[in-house]
Design a protein around this ligand. Structure first.
Ligand code: MN
Length: 290
């Protein structure tokens, strides 16, 4: 049964993350509660935007996270990352970085230096995926998912592809390992495509249009930069693409636990937030030079 639509919304007014990422926040700011899209806590989307060539380092310097995972997806441009667990890399178009902050990590995120020298269009998104209480203190980890890693399923009749980052679509399974069930699908659709996405009724579900426009479960045309939030009253989403389009589909099992957010920390209680602040101030998140 098709889910009904809870709302179609734009993100909040764009803001700068450091001096490199001009993003619009979709959730939690555009949803009624911080848990409406649980396990997804945050979605920041960087619309396609051109940066002029520079040798200056643009981005966000070393900062901490605890209690969740950051998932960064590059559509255009290149993002360089380093963290205090000793991991680092460059996220290029079509690639995904799935970082478990867990017990605590320091990291920094910059435009990749060679890309920045030439300049170009940046388009990316970052999700914060909450961790269940039992895994809040998981060891920091890092999954660099390349284009070859991400399962790709062709739609019949050359109508496009579904790239499975996490979870499953038909017989394709995503490579990302997560601590609670998460379906994350990157759809590239051709004119006339119709794709049926089954998803358990209890999962919080939304899609973000990245290019072109789509209709979903009988909506009007939803253009690039808008998000469709679905009610949990059905078990499928049907996406129709009148022209070429690109869509990120997100669906996950809610984490039914207390949630306290403070800056870069997502914990279950205020005491745990205070502990995170103390641990960070005492240097217990490790060490990372900018
Ligand atoms: Mn960060």
């Amino acid at each position: 049964m098709k889910r009904s639509i809870d709302g179609v919304f734009e993100g909040a007014r764009q803001h700068w993350v450091g001096d490199g990422f001009h993003v619009s926040n979709f959730f939690p700011s555009a949803t009624d509660t911080e848990k409406r899209m649980s396990p997804f806590f945050l979605l920041d989307y960087h619309r396609p935007e051109a940066y002029s060539p520079t040798t200056k380092r643009r981005g966000v310097g070393t900062h901490p996270h605890r209690g969740f995972e950051t998932v960064t997806v590059a559509f255009q441009g290149a993002v360089a990352h380093h963290d205090s667990a000793g991991n680092g890399g460059v996220i290029r178009p079509g690639e995904v970085q799935w970082m478990t902050a867990g017990a605590g990590i320091l990291h920094n995120e910059y435009h990749e230096a060679e890309w920045a020298k030439k300049g170009g269009v940046m388009q990316m998104m970052q999700l914060w995926v909450n961790l269940p209480r039992a895994h809040k203190r998981a060891a920091p980890a890092y999954q660099a998912l390349t284009r070859a890693d991400i399962a790709e399923k062709a739609l019949p009749g050359g109508k496009g592809t579904v790239r499975v980052v996490s979870g499953a679509f038909e017989d394709a399974k995503g490579p990302a390992s997560s601590f609670s069930p998460v379906h994350m699908l990157d759809l590239r659709l051709e004119p006339g495509a119709t794709v049926r996405l089954p998803t358990p009724a209890g999962f919080n579900t939304a899609l973000l249009v990245l290019a072109g426009s789509v209709k979903a479960n009988g909506s009007g045309e939803v253009p690039e930069g808008k998000c469709v939030l679905f009610k949990n009253d059905g078990d499928e989403v049907v996406v129709e693409s009148p022209g070429r389009s690109s869509v990120m589909f997100l669906s996950g099992a809610p984490i039914e636990e207390p949630l306290v957010h403070y800056g870069p920390f997502l914990m279950n209680s205020i005491d745990e937030i205070n502990e995170a602040v103390e641990d960070f101030n005492a240097g217990r998140f490790g060490r990372l030079d900018d």
